[in-house]
Design a protein around this ligand. Structure first.
Ligand SMILES: NC(=O)c1ccc[n+]([C@@H]2O[C@H](COP(=O)([O-])OP(=O)(O)OC[C@H]3O[C@@H](n4cnc5c(N)ncnc54)[C@H](O)[C@@H]3O)[C@@H](O)[C@H]2O)c1
Length: 315
């Protein structure tokens, strides 16, 4: 029987991933942990939860051994926009947490390990349209540098120790259940919330800033499908490119106007514009589609409809 540990389970991805994994593996077999207090949605679900600082190596190792953990999902991280405010701290948390877990998983013979990468692993010299799986990387944010280095460490542990580690380069993720954690694509969540509340939004990116994006339902399904795929299908042990849609702030605002005609938007680009400008505009994820059958379901129109419906119900 598999027993799963999720670290950083109270974040934007963690809450939904915990609920999805509990549906498959049973509530008591998926242990949620976070440095923050338990997220209200997880509290309501009433499954196992521990307060855990991923930097406390001894405590993490103790839980993995005591609970006979067979799969680990490491989601704790400092995201792109927050990382730029305190680069050395972001590097420390993002890299040391990964190295701690790689060693703990190796020592405890954990069967599978998931650690997410990001489109931030690419940089300004990367081809920006249909960015290939294997290409120039050269990230320029501390977050991106930590993702690129982390991908190589994952591959190293697979090659050297046979640790079954799997990873995805997520695009910007859009969701309504749990709040985003300080990324450059967070505007694409706030715009829906403000459209419903004030029928107006001031965007921190310029109107024509195209970025790759994905609805959370697709991201959770991609993560689980990757982790459930037979090991021989996983030919890439750094991280898979993953894609669903690309749009600009102008295009998302137009899709909202179809539902809320009085909605208006203006633009006040800040430091995040420079981060966005260093990232790809669209991603070629043909290897994920060929190797383990990835297929997205949500485009911009379908996502807008679903986001507005769910946010209205939440109000
Ligand atoms: N959300 C996105 O758009 C996106 C895109 C690409 C990649 N990712 C990656 O996915 C992962 C999860 O992202 P997210 O959006 O859920 O982030 P988030 O910021 O919403 O959640 C991260 C969680 O980690 C917890 N955490 C922080 N420091 C910790 C520590 N020392 N010990 C234990 N827990 C700690 C936080 O309390 C938070 O609940 C990250 O690796 C991130 O880089 C996210």
């Amino acid at each position: 029987m598999d027993k799963i540990l999720i670290i950083g389970a109270g974040g934007q991805i963690g809450v939904e991933l915990t609920l999805a994994l509990r549906k498959i593996y049973g509530r008591n077999n998926v242990i949620a942990t976070d440095i923050r207090e338990e997220h209200p949605i997880l509290k309501e679900d009433n499954g196992p939860f521990f307060n855990l600082d991923v930097m406390d190596t001894k405590e993490v190792a103790k839980i993995v051994a005591r609970e006979n953990i067979t799969q680990v999902y490491l989601l704790a991280a400092i995201l792109s926009a927050t990382g730029e405010a305190n680069p050395i701290w972001a590097w420390d948390i993002n890299m040391q947490s990964l190295l701690n877990l790689l060693e703990i998983c190796r020592e405890n013979k954990v069967k599978k390990f998931y650690w997410p990468s990001s489109i931030a692993a690419f940089g300004p010299n990367t081809p920006r349209q249909n960015t290939p799986q294997h290409t120039i990387m050269e990230p320029t944010t501390v977050y991106g540098i930590s993702k690129y280095a982390g991908e190589l460490w994952c591959q190293y542990y697979f090659n050297r120790y046979g640790l079954d580690i799997r990873s995805l380069r997520y695009p910007g993720l859009i969701s309504w259940k749990s709040a985003p954690g300080g990324g450059t694509t967070d505007y694409a969540i706030d715009i829906y919330i403000e459209a419903l509340k004030k029928q107006h939004f001031t965007c921190f990116l310029s109107e024509d800033t195209y970025l790759p994006m994905m609805y959370m339902d697709d991201a959770i399904r991609a993560t689980i499908e990757l982790m459930e795929a037979p090991a021989e299908k996983i030919r890439n042990r750094t991280a898979y490119n993953l894609s669903a849609m690309s749009f600009s702030p102008k295009e998302i605002s137009e899709s909202i106007k179809l539902h809320i005609p009085e909605f208006t938007i203006d633009y006040a680009p800040d430091y995040r514009q420079q981060i966005a400008a260093s990232w790809p505009q669209s991603i070629d994820d043909s290897e994920a589609r060929a190797d383990w059958g990835w297929k997205h379901e949500f485009d911009l129109a379908k996502m807008t409809e679903d986001m507005l419906k769910n946010l209205r119900n939440k109000q």
